[in-house]
Design a protein around this ligand. Structure first.
Ligand code: E4P
Length: 217
């Protein structure tokens, strides 16, 4: 499973990139608004830092606007992925970019049928939003499972990018369901490494080692 970080906070991305765990980055307009930075400049900096795919979302909702903005964003760097909403206009724009060999991430996916459409227009990634479905008492993980089954039935190459991940357990369940990628807030990525038995076990090892009075170097 590939790990993307879901943030527009450059410092967070730099810290996580240093761990070697990061395969890519996703942003959205809300995250960019929170970062308070010039969008195109920020995407350029992230693309220079992370060699993997960096999703940058269009702001327009009409086909012509999405194409114009997506083409501008694609000029920023080779690893920019154009993020488009899962609407008919967004799917048409996705087909436009697919035909030009530009990578796409079709976002705001909440149903298996929507994911089927994203695959049919050749999206590079589809982003089902797990957490937002769970928020309204639906089952986000069931959606991942259904998309996996449908994509496998037809050998679609669109990658399932599990999004709106809120907890480490979401990551485990998405991995078990066969999601290709998980995009997570920085705090969730950090929590994946944590276990209380690791913490207490390490404390004991450090204490016992000190009692030997030895040095390995
Ligand atoms: C994914 O591409 C989105 O940016 C993100 O995962 C949305 O997460 P949220 O539902 O926590 O805002």
């Amino acid at each position: 499973m590939k790990f993307f970080v879901d943030t527009a906070d450059f410092n967070e991305i730099r810290d996580l990139a240093d761990t070697g765990l990061l395969d890519g980055v996703t942003t959205n307009p809300s995250l960019v608004a929170k970062a308070g930075r010039d969008f195109k400049e920020l995407i350029g900096e992230i693309c220079a830092l992370v060699p993997g795919p960096v999703s940058a979302e269009v702001a327009s909702t009409d086909f012509d606007g999405m194409v114009a903005e997506g083409e501008r964003l694609a000029q920023i760097a080779d690893n920019v992925v154009i993020k488009l909403p899962l609407t008919l206009a967004g799917l048409k724009a996705c087909k436009h970019f697919t035909d030009k060999g530009i990578k796409t991430n079709v976002t705001l996916c909440f149903s298996a049928n929507q994911a089927l459409l994203a695959a049919k227009v050749g999206a590079t990634y589809v982003s089902p939003f797990i957490g937002r479905l769970d928020d309204i008492n639906l089952d986000g993980m069931e959606l991942i499972e259904n998309i996996r089954a449908i994509y496998d039935n037809y050998a679609f190459s669109t990658e399932i990018l599990a999004a709106s991940i809120r907890t480490p357990n979401h990551v485990t369940q998405a991995a078990l369901a066969g999601a290709d990628v998980a995009t997570m807030p920085p705090a969730v990525i950090r929590k994946l490494a944590e276990h209380p038995l690791t913490t207490s076990g390490l404390e004991n090892f450090v204490k016992d080692w000190k009692s030997t009075g030895q040095s390995i170097l």
